[in-house]
Design a binder for this molecule. Structure first.
Ligand code: UD1
Ligand code: CA
Length: 458
């Protein structure tokens, strides 16, 4: 994209119709904030020429996208989309852009490539102001397109629309994506008024102002492209999510992934699932997750930012976050792999096993009811049912090391910091507080005593 074209994302609004304290642009679609989709779409063509207007919940929005530091503009009071543009106008002029693409932050499914094409067209057309429109059956609360006798298009907001003066509603609506020629907008931007039903400064009024000035206004109709619909309420949010979800699943099926119960499988836009893998719904595979070839994800799993290696099986009802499951491993049913859980090739964790910041060596097993936190378990070790690494002393976390081939008997508490050597055996029911040397046997529990009862029951 031509370097004289910048991009602005309007993301300062509260999103009143979402009834939430969270800024609307951070509401998620398949695990990613709406704003992330918009930024992803723009970052390719515009690189570091993307600026973001923030206001409501500015701190949390800025925190979510640290890479944009220095390119956020604060709109302290949200006085409307036109006012948002006014707030970043200095930044636009300082950067020396000749044109800017302005995109509403609540149009997450707009495709970056499509936006690029729109910009190219508008530039070729020598537009002073170009905007995208879509055709709907019902114009709803979107801004409606009105064309005068000469064909000049302007935008009238739903609240201000009046059939007597504006004519019958056509269903052509404003998508909230504009290409502006900076010099042409400069002379009218600060003439916007808030004399309308909302008392806001509307960016949409620029079409009329530019037209009145003899500028060239171009409305580009994209037909029924639902990807360009803005999201304003929960219904629109879940509809957009469902449409993207279905598209992603369809694409997986197309590329050779077996997706069972496809209507209940939610895969995020950044997740990568290899051909030949099998995903069974209902389940979620979100964030930067990757699922290798031949791997199977059984129903009711939730996987985020995790890696599942080739041929691994994630059994039903397992929960993975920032975990890495190596090739040919088995996890679950009901496994919980928390951040930093690493299962090396061929290792297994069974039901009700929780791992956090721990490495399970190749072929090692923890098959039942176990907590492994801050632990390193060597190759081929066997961790018995009910083993707990006591990693927290109330103030600090400590490490447990279990050597290769060690055998930890059931119901053992390993009080960290502690090391069990290679090939060592810890007897069931032990509370291990001291290191166990390689190949040793540790029994750390009271010895069983047998006594005669004082009084036998009658
Ligand atoms: C806007 C358009 C409408 C269009 C629709 C498309 C205006 C006046 N209307 O309406 O014609 O059909 O988008 O989806 O622009 N924002 C700010 N600062 C503000 C107000 C809003 O940054 O003071 C941001 C919001 O965060 C949002 C975007 O601008 O991302 C659009 O605002 P919103 O209030 O959703 O406008 P709509 O009523 O949907
Ligand atoms: Ca909107």
């Amino acid at each position: 994209m031509n370097k004289s074209v910048g991009a602005i994302v309007l993301a300062a609004g509260k999103g009143t119709r979402m009834y939430s304290d969270q800024p609307k642009v951070l509401r998620s679609i398949l695990g990613e904030p709406m704003l992330g989709y918009v930024l992803d779409g723009l970052s390719g063509p515009f690189q570091d020429r993307v600026h973001v207007v923030v206001g409501f919940g500015a701190q949390s929005v800025m925190k979510a996208y640290p890479a944009y530091e220095g390119r956020f503009v604060l709109q302290e009071q949200q006085l409307g989309t036109g006012h948002a543009l006014q707030c970043c106008w200095d930044a636009v002029k300082t950067a020396g852009y000749e044109h800017v693409l302005v995109v509403n932050g609540d149009v997450p499914l707009a495709d970056g490539k499509d936006l690029e094409i729109f910009v190219e067209q508008a530039l070729a057309d020598a537009a002073d102001l170009a905007f995208l429109t879509i055709q709907l059956d019902e114009a709803g609360s979107y801004g409606r397109i009105v064309r005068d006798a000469a064909g000049l298009a302007r935008i009238v907001e739903a609240k201000d629309y009046d059939e007597t003066s504006h004519g019958p509603v056509t269903g052509e609506i404003n998508a909230g994506i504009y290409l502006l020629r900076v010099a042409a907008i400069d002379s009218v931007l600060f003439n916007l008024t808030n004399a309308n039903r909302s008392g806001e400064f509307y960016i949409t009024d620029l079409a009329e102002l530019v037209g009145q000035n003899g500028g060239r206004v171009v409305a580009v109709n994209r037909g029924r492209d639902e990807n360009l619909l803005g999201i304003n309420n929960p219904r629109e949010l879940v509809a957009a999510e469902e449409s993207l979800r279905a598209r992603i699943v369809d694409n997986l099926l197309e590329t050779g992934v077996v997706v069972r119960q496809p209507g209940t499988v939610r895969v995020g836009p950044h997740a990568v699932i290899a051909p030949g893998a099998e995903i069974c719904g209902p389940c979620d595979v979100l964030g930067q997750s990757s699922i290798g070839p031949r791997a199977v994800v059984e129903p009711h799993c939730w996987i985020k930012d995790s890696e599942v290696g080739a041929g691994a099986v994630i059994h039903a009802f397992s929960h993975l976050e920032k975990a890495s499951v190596g090739p040919d491993c088995h996890a679950g049913p009901y496994a919980r792999l928390r951040p930093g859980a690493v299962m090396m090739e061929g290792s297994r964790v069974g039901n009700f096993v929780e791992m956090k910041k721990s490495v399970l060596g190749p072929g090692a097993k923890a098959s039942h009811l176990t907590y492994l936190g801050d632990a390193e378990i060597g190759a081929g070790a066997n961790v018995g049912a009910g083993t707990i690494t006591c990693n927290y002393d109330g103030t600090h976390k400590h490490k447990t090391t279990i050597g290769a081939g060690a055998f930890i008997g059931s119901n053992t508490a390993l009080v960290a910091p502690v090391t069990v050597g290679e090939g060592a055996l810890v007897a069931a029911g032990s509370v291990v507080t001291e290191d166990v040397p390689d190949h040793a046997l540790a029994i750390a529990r009271g010895r069983q005593v047998i006594k005669t009862r004082r009084k036998n029951p009658a």
